[in-house]
Structure formats: structure tokens, C-alpha cells
Design a binder for this molecule. Sequence first.
Ligand code: PPS
Length: 299
Amino acid sequence: MDRMDVTEEFAGIQLPGHLHTPQSLQYAQDFQFREGDVVIVTFPKSGTTWMQEILTLIYSKGDPAIAKSVPNWVRAPWLEHTYFKDTLKDEEGPRIITTHLPSDTLAPALQKSKAKVIYIVRNPKDVAVSFYYFHKMAKFLPETGSFPEFLECFLEGKEFSADKKTQNKLYYGSWFDHVKGWYGQKKNLDIIYLTYENMHKDLRRSIKKVCGFLGCPMYSEEVDKVEQHCRFSVMSQNVMVNYTLIPTEILDHEKSKFMRKGVVGDWKNHLTEEQNENFNRIYKEKMSDCDLQIDWSLN
Ligand code: PPS
């Protein structure tokens, strides 16, 4: 498989070379967004696939035909990935584009355009757990060592090394920088912020919020269908979004599933009391200049 052990450096962060090249990253940075584009922005493991499915179904008025026949990475390709240029459909109508890149690389281009941006944030304890398991299955990500080691790296940007040979920082950079960077674009972009936790609490409300933002009114029966097809139980069975189409040499579903648990608060099964206190302390410190409200659990 191609470039599985390559790390790309871009805008001060490390990214997997299997999906990114200097050319693809340059292409992303120079990309001209246009009116009608809808851009899903997330730190990895925050609800990207969920929103890709929601948008697909909103635009099909709840008809699942496309969601069940076209992979999510074709319907809503990642701007920075190598295949983006050849995948994005240059047709009339809204183009759905996905990205994990930090705000400083894309905000200037987005500001000039009339693109709409949907930013999803998930509580970082659950992101850390989900990302840890994703490292287990994704062969293009470095081995992490133990969960406590990975957690330190997630929180403090410390390098980790499972084999004592390679030193890796957290791929995709710091969760804190990503969230604060994009949250800081509130006044500059046509952007809405959604949380993974609110999508859980009331999926229907989140769908309607997105419809309102996109100026895409829907009948109640159509919203029913979007809601139905975007449930975890349904999405985890849909091969067009559960990543089972990807060969085992790239994503090993024996190690962990992509659609793993899909819950809020799984961190409670992974963080010790001490780790949790440390997390809370660092979170408070790093987020003191950000008024983002996060739900850590649904109780
Ligand atoms: S990625 O790799 O960045 O595209 O991953 P991403 O899609 O952002 O995040 C994957 C996590 O989202 C969960 N997921 C869902 N949760 C609830 N409902 C639905 N419909 C849903 N779809 C995806 C998925 O299970 C991953 O979370 P974990 O905690 O690992 O289960």
C-alpha cells in the first residue's frame, strides 16, 4: 500500500502521507470555494461521517438511494486528500466538501467565498478514546503505545513512540488549537457550530437546524426519513459509510470498528479518576479564553 509510513508536515501539523501529499495540501490551500459550497469541518472523530450522511439525506429529501450506493468519501470528499481533485463533482448544485485542516489554512479562502461552513465539535475525552481506537485499526497512523501514553500526547502534544524508534506528535495537531481556531471564525464566516452531544440528544432538532442554515426547507415526513437513516444502528450497517469497503491492509476492522460505539461518555470506561482530573485541569487552562459549552455526558 502506498505511503503507509510517510508523515507529511503542513502548517505546523503532521498528517498521514497515505492520504496527503505536498501537492494535495497545496491544492487544498489554493482551492477556490464558491457560493453554494457546504464545507464540513471537524477535528477527527467528532462526527464527520454523521454529518456527511445527514447532508446527503437532506439534499435527497430523505431518499436513501445515494447514501446506499455512493461511498461517503465520494459524496463529500476531503479537500486535503490526494483523490480530491479527481473526485469533486463540478456540477451545478451544492458541493459537499469535508476537511480536518486547521482554520488558519482555510479561513482566508472561505472568507472570500460565500461557502457555508458546518463545524462539529465533540467532547475531547470521547474524541481521545475514539481516536485511540482509530489508531489501532488505521494502518496509516502510527502505533500509539498504551492509552495513557496516547492521552498525554493528545492533551499536551508530547511525542509518543510505540517502538522507541519513531517519534510522533498527534496527527492533525492539537484538538484545542483546532476548536479554538475555528470557533474564533464565528464573525468572519457563514458558519454554524453543532456538537456531537446535541446531535445525540435531539437528532431531529440538529437536522432542522442544518436545514435552516442551508435554506433547505423540508416536510416533516422527509425529516423523519433523514432521522431514520442517520441513526447509529442504521449507519453502522451501511457499507457506504462504515468503511468496510476499504481493504484490511488499510483499515483493520478486526482491531476496531470504524462505527465503534457511537455514544457520549465512553471516556468514563477509559480514564482513571486521576487522568480525568488532569484532563479537567488542562482543559480549563487551555480553554479559558473560549466560551464553548461542552456536554461531557448525557445524564
Ligand atoms: S473521521 O475518521 O474523522 O471521519 O471520524 P468521524 O466520522 O468524525 O467520527 C467517528 C465517530 O463518530 C461515530 N459516529 C456516530 N455516532 C453516533 N451516531 C451516528 N450516526 C454516528 N456515525 C458515526 C463513530 O462511531 C465514531 O465514534 P466512536 O466513539 O469511535 O464510536
